[in-house]
Write a protein that binds this ligand. Structure first.
Ligand code: ADP
Ligand code: UDP
Length: 235
């Protein structure tokens, strides 16, 4: 499988067409952004970590019955995926208070919820990915009620599988963002990436941050945190 024309360059990945109209190749970059692109930088080796870790997560999830876009890892940074029409919703699951949740509701970080929460942001950089509810998503024709119900069910399932998996690695899965896409025959599958860019990971003993918050908050040790996650996963 080889790359044809570039279809899109995002903040963290490039997407290329292939000879097969139903497949594309994603190429993970080391570019890092935060706060809707206002903060920019480089995390050396991030593209490799995010590509390999995402593929590992997608394969784990497939085994547990979650359909994903994963097809084949081509290299350290490149993967063949099923080309989907992305549902323009960022789906965020939280197990513990952190980040924008803590800020919005005026609570400390680290409060463990009795049950996970779900929220949607409208994926629109110009608007700064505003929070959106089911009714707004329906009004804007971003998805159907049936698709929203499927997405919610799949997102909670992803959480159950990943929470258990990371627990074994002595890592707490605090929160994460997922994106879903629609295949040409209308099926909803998990797409995009699952990585330290899109998840909050805390060491279970020390509560040390092992994710992009180290970059967002200028904490240092960013590359080391990404490398530590790779090591724990066994990659
Ligand atoms: P952003 O667009 O937020 O800057 P990226 O740099 O990660 O993000 O760019 C990758 C883009 O590819 C995203 O817009 C994402 O929604 C999209 N994408 C992810 N998986 C697929 C897929 N399987 N098919 C088509 N597009 C995808
Ligand atoms: N997230 C993401 N992309 C976004 C916004 C959030 O991957 O555009 C992830 C983020 O890494 C975290 C979770 O979603 O794991 C919740 O993020 P939050 O709403 O707390 O926002 P932030 O603090 O990142 O602004």
């Amino acid at each position: 499988m080889k790359k044809c024309e570039q279809l899109y360059e995002g903040k963290a990945k490039k997407v290329f067409a292939t000879e097969d109209p139903n497949l594309c190749i994603v190429d993970y970059k080391d570019d890092a952004t935060a706060f809707n692109g206002q903060k920019k930088g480089t995390i050396v080796g991030k593209g490799v970590v995010n590509n390999r870790m995402s593929n590992c997560m997608f394969q784990l999830l497939e085994k547990q019955g979650v359909d994903t876009h994963f097809v084949e890892e081509l290299s350290d940074r490149e993967t063949v995926v099923k080309k989907v029409e992305i549902v323009p919703l960022e789906v965020i699951i939280r197990n513990i208070s952190a980040g924008s949740f803590a800020k919005r509701f005026g609570v400390e970080e680290g409060i463990e919820f009795a049950q996970p929460t779900i929220e949607f942001s409208y994926k629109n950089d110009d608007l700064g990915d505003p929070l959106i509810n089911d009714y707004h998503a329906l009004a804007l024709n971003l998805a159907t009620q049936e698709e929203i119900d499927t997405i919610k069910k799949m997102a909670f399932k992803v959480n159950e599988v990943m929470k258990e998996y990371f627990k074994q690695l002595n890592v707490i899965l605090v929160d994460f963002k997922l994106e879903f896409g629609k295949t040409p025959d209308g099926k909803i599958i998990l797409a995009d990436e699952i990585s330290p860019d899109t998840c909050r990971f805390w060491d279970a003993d020390t509560k040390e941050k092992l994710d992009k918050d180290r970059f967002r908050r200028d904490m240092g040790g960013v590359e080391e945190a990404y490398a530590e996650m790779m090591k724990r996963i066994g990659l």
